[in-house]
Design a protein. Sequence first.
Length: 100
Amino acid sequence: MKRRQVLPAPSLSPAAIIGSSDIIPLPSSHIRRTPSEIQIADEARRAEHDDVRMYARLVVGMRSQIRRDYLVNGGVVHPLSERSLRNVVKTKRADSDDLE
C-alpha cells in the first residue's frame, strides 16, 4: 500500500483572503459626482487649457522676437532674450515641487 502525503488545508483567514484578491476598478460612470465636483473638474480643465495656450503664445512670441532681433541686428541676439526663453521652457517642464 502506498502512502499519500497529506497537505495542510489552505488558510481561510481574512488576511489571506484580502491579500490574495486583486483590485477591481470601477468604471467612472459608476462614480457619481456632485455638481460642485463637476464644476471644480471643469474649471481645472479650463485653467490647464488656458495655461497651455498662454505658454504657447509666450514661447511663440519670444521666438519670433529673437528671430526678428537676429535678422535686424546682423545675427546678434541679446543673451538675456535667449536665457529668458530657456527659463520659460525650463519652468514649464519642472515639477511643481521643484519650483517651491
